[in-house]
Design a protein around this ligand. Structure first.
Ligand SMILES: Cc1ncc(COP(=O)(O)O)c(C=O)c1O
Length: 402
């Protein structure tokens, strides 16, 4: 038979989703697994969203809506952007999609074509390079390290730009590191972006999980960058509505018209009831619960960094810790050599039931990702088991390797 699409064959499955499936399988088999891999908050979705969805279903919200989303939902997002992001846009620049993931896919589809390069700073959220590949473009991974708090700098960006570069991806607060860009860092990046005539895909999905004063700085604050930026956001994280699949893009009229067009020929509108749920939820965001995440971060970070051999920056946002465990690699746990973070995570899961994601999934070996969005008692117990596991790693071998 003829070959299938090269683009499709080139895409790797989401490592975080497959790991999650593996952990859930173990839970079903009766194992006591402490899942510190999940990328969703543990609080319930806003009651206002649930009620709005139920009312909409009862009232017969059964039909197609506008492809880009209900006018009242886009008007609500418009108000949100004005109030929370200081961004004034017309509703025709907003397209509601099936989650931020879908919104991102639309953005790459509209911006890129074969031969284009998209700069993706690593550590990156697993999906960016795969979506770039899926639309036929080439992800150009730019590694960063703790020295720049895992953020791309203007110098690193400048060095990665070629004549083929079309766009750069920015995710702040970032998954998996929790790093956020300051206004000054964004200004420096903006200068390079403008000079090389690039687009920016800016993913703000974790904007409400921000542990410094004020709001998360965004590229859209620079008037000269507004037409070049596709802002991506959604309700999955702040409203704990991962299952409802509501996200959106905010972009120039030109880009938004194409996003709308490709969505009209692919998925059409997001499920009508989900849009009503989003409308209700946006008026009822659980700010009080989000505030508790700063304490969760502090508690988890203190516990983690007390473990010898593990180093971790204090994240300024999101709900992940991304420690460097390379000093523990090269050793053995029992008879098993731990050469890589993948070996480390496999062995940890096997012997302690704690599930972490290896940094290789995010393009950064020698690290692991730990979520603290789950029950704090589970996080504490998971980190205690991790500490015991780290103590059992043969120290001599670990030191020689470091
Ligand atoms: C950085 C980042 N962007 C986007 C998403 C996807 O969000 P959604 O559930 O809205 O598709 C995630 C989910 O984990 C994420 O971590």
């Amino acid at each position: 038979m003829k070959a299938l699409s090269r683009h499709a064959e080139a895409i790797r499955p989401s490592p975080t989703l497959s790991l999650n499936a593996r952990l859930n399988e173990r839970v079903r088999a009766g194992d006591r697994v402490l899942n510190l891999c999940v990328g969703e908050p543990d609080f319930p979705m806003p009651e206002g969203g649930r009620t709005a969805a139920l009312n909409a279903i009862a009232a017969g919200a059964d039909r197609y809506t506008d492809v880009a989303g209900l006018p009242e939902l886009r008007a609500r997002i418009q108000r949100k952007l004005h109030e929370e992001n200081g961004l004034d846009v017309e509703p025709d620049r907003i397209v509601v999609s099936a989650g931020a993931k879908h919104a991102l896919y639309n953005a790459f589809f509209v911006l890129c074509e074969e031969g284009d390069e998209v700069i993706v700073p690593a550590p990156y959220w697993v999906t960016y390079p795969e979506q770039v590949r899926a639309v036929g473009a080439t992800p150009v991974i730019v590694p960063t390290d703790a020295g720049t708090e895992y953020k791309i700098t203007a110098e690193l960006l400048e060095a990665a730009v070629t004549a083929r570069t079309k766009a750069v991806v920015l995710n702040s607060p970032g998954n998996p590191t929790g790093a956020t860009y300051t206004e000054r860092e964004l200004a420096e990046l903006a200068e390079v972006i403008e000079r090389h005539d690039l687009y920016v895909v800016e993913d703000l999905i974790y904007e409400h999980f921000f542990y410094q004063d004020g709001t998360v700085p965004s590229m859209t604050a620079f008037p000269s960058l507004r037409e070049r930026t596709v802002l991506v956001n959604g309700l999955s994280k702040a409203c704990a509505m991962t299952g409802w699949r509501v996200g959106y893009t905010v972009a120039s009229r030109r880009i938004s018209a194409l996003v709308r067009r490709i969505q009209s020929q692919s998925t059409s509108n997001v499920t009508a009831a989900a849009q009503h749920a989003a409308l209700g939820a946006l008026d009822d965001v659980p700010w009080r619960l989000l505030a508790g995440y700063r304490e969760r971060r502090d508690a988890a970070h203190a516990r983690l960094t007390a473990i010898e051999g593990i180093e971790c920056l204090l994240p300024t946002g999101a709900f992940y810790l991304f420690p460097d465990v390379s000093r523990l690699l090269g050793g053995r746990h029992g008879a098993v050599p731990l050469a890589t973070a993948d070996d480390f995570c496999d062995r940890l899961l096997e012997t302690t039931g704690v599930g972490l994601v290896p940094g290789t999934a995010f393009g950064t070996p020698g690290h692991v990702r730990i979520t603290y969005a789950t029950d704090p008692a589970v996080v504490a117990e998971g980190l205690d088991r991790l500490a015991a596991f780290a103590r059992e790693i043969s120290p001599a071998a670990a030191r020689t390797a470091s």
